[in-house]
Design a protein around this ligand. Structure first.
Ligand code: UD1
Length: 417
């Protein structure tokens, strides 16, 4: 199994070009199933999660190609409404295919996604919405069998008790070709949802978004289009944390500063100087970061849960004590035990992490426990004295396109062996 070897203590400087967003491209790939003709997605990141989605689409009978950062999908010959158990296990986020599968085939068969590294991953909101929209869903032996007795979803009003990102995407995908109008109340507002709606609208969907209310007037058919995936705001926050923790400076290009409007003030609070330009951010970090007095993760536009682990890693060597509260997922601190091996002082109490900044960390052998926890280990390793050996890289490869190349270009000593 490969490892990342990181020799820490080098100040990072330079330019980073941000890739397309993982969390945008996955639902976009699901959406391609609904359109006639060939969809072209530009700025698609090269990630194992994207490969997994392309395998799922191939399993349906779609024709797919991936060249550089461009993906094409033609779903015209798709005729198999199922996802194998192996692919479901590999990619828990594949549940976002459920709405599109049912809308396209009138039925869907897949295994229940079950739990994941972040704790239980219920899909009750997705299933309740589909039932409200006319679906019959049977769950037995860990398998889900879903049918649309009328062959189409039926528009309805769906009120979400929590603005779930995946449920909002799934309902949107179900609604665009439903019979009648669907209204989603308390919908998630993440930029990735806006991007999905933009692609669907360009394909002919009728979608109106007013804050947390999304109204979709169902249409008979969608026609494929060419779309450019939005930049990855979590990748941007990760590289900002990586540069900041080393006291470095960097220009981050090809990103959307508005999407990280609640992340930037945290870096400012830590003592970084930040200049914003239309698609660029310039970050200059102090020799030692200040603590983060209080950070609570929230649905968008609040502070993103996925950016908390990178910031927490940076806080391990900050001056003073930082407090983090995770309000989205039940179990998001598994990586903290690995940071402790490197000398970090962190106390966890349920969803609260108290991070007492130490003057320095030391390199150690650690394992990624999940995608963003893995990013936290990389950030800690960049700051640590000596060599850190990071294992279980499959987590990192799900979400960071050319991670080592990017860090190496910034002056880090990183090798994969
Ligand atoms: C997406 C992102 C993930 C991010 C998360 C929150 C993708 C592929 N993943 O995940 O990176 O961390 O949004 O911003 O885009 N919940 C239920 N029942 C449901 C659905 C969700 O209880 O039916 C709960 C979850 O357990 C969790 C919370 O709602 O505690 C948020 O989940 P959700 O917004 O659905 O996140 P995902 O779409 O899974």
């Amino acid at each position: 199994m490969p490892h990342l070897l990181i020799d820490g203590g080098r100040r990072l400087n330079g330019t980073v070009a941000i890739h397309g967003a993982k969390n945008a491209v996955l639902p976009l790939l699901a959406a391609t199933l609904l359109a006639d003709g060939e969809s072209v997605l530009h700025n698609a990141p090269q990630l194992s999660d994207v490969e997994g989605c392309l395998e799922i689409l191939s399993g349906f009978g779609c024709r797919t190609t991936q060249e550089g950062d461009t993906i094409t999908v033609c779903a015209d010959a798709a005729d198999t409404p199922s996802i194998t158990d192996e692919l479901m296990r590999k990619m828990r986020s594949s549940i976002v295919f459920l709405g599109a599968m049912m809308a396209r085939f009138g039925e869907a068969h897949l295994s229940y996604p079950g739990g994941c590294e972040l704790g239980p991953r219920p899909i009750d909101l997705h299933l309740a919405a589909f039932r409200l929209m006319g679906a019959e869903i049977h769950e037995e032996g860990g398998q889900l069998h879903a049918f649309l007795p009328e062959g189409r979803f039926l528009g309805n009003t769906v009120s979400l008790s929590f603005p779930s990102v995946g449920a909002t995407e799934n309902i949107l995908l179900a609604a665009v070709t439903a019979k009648g109008t669907t209204t989603i109340l308390n919908a998630a507002r993440e930029p990735e949802i806006i991007d999905l709606a933009a692609y669907l609208s360009a394909c002919g969907a009728r979608i109106h978004i007013d804050g947390g209310t999304i109204t979709v007037e169902g249409v008979e058919r969608l026609t494929a289009c060419t779309h450019t995936v939005i930049p990855d705001r979590i990748e941007a926050a990760t590289y900002m944390a990586a540069v900041a923790v080393t006291g470095g400076s960097a220009v981050l290009e090809r990103l959307c500063p508005a999407h990280i409007a609640t992340v930037l003030p945290v870096f400012a609070e830590m003592g970084c100087r930040i200049s914003e330009f239309p698609q660029q951010i310039v970050l200059n970090a102090p020799a030692r970061l200040n603590r983060i007095p209080f950070l609570r993760t929230m649905p968008y536009p609040g502070f993103p849960t996925d950016a908390a682990a990178p910031l927490l890693a940076a806080a391990t060597v900050a001056n003073g004590t930082s407090v983090f509260v995770e309000s989205i997922f039940e179990s998001r601190y598994k990586y903290v035990g690995e940071l402790a091996r490197m000398g970090a002082h962190i106390k966890i109490e349920s969803r609260v992490a108290i991070v007492e900044g130490v003057p320095s960390l030391s390199g150690a052998a650690v394992d990624c426990t999940d995608l963003r926890g893995g990013a936290a280990l990389v950030i800690a390793a960049l700051a640590a004295e000596g060599r850190t050996v990071i294992g279980e890289l499959t987590h990192l490869d799900r979400g960071y396109d050319h991670l080592e190349d990017t860090l190496t270009a910034l002056g880090a000593r990183v090798q994969r062996k």
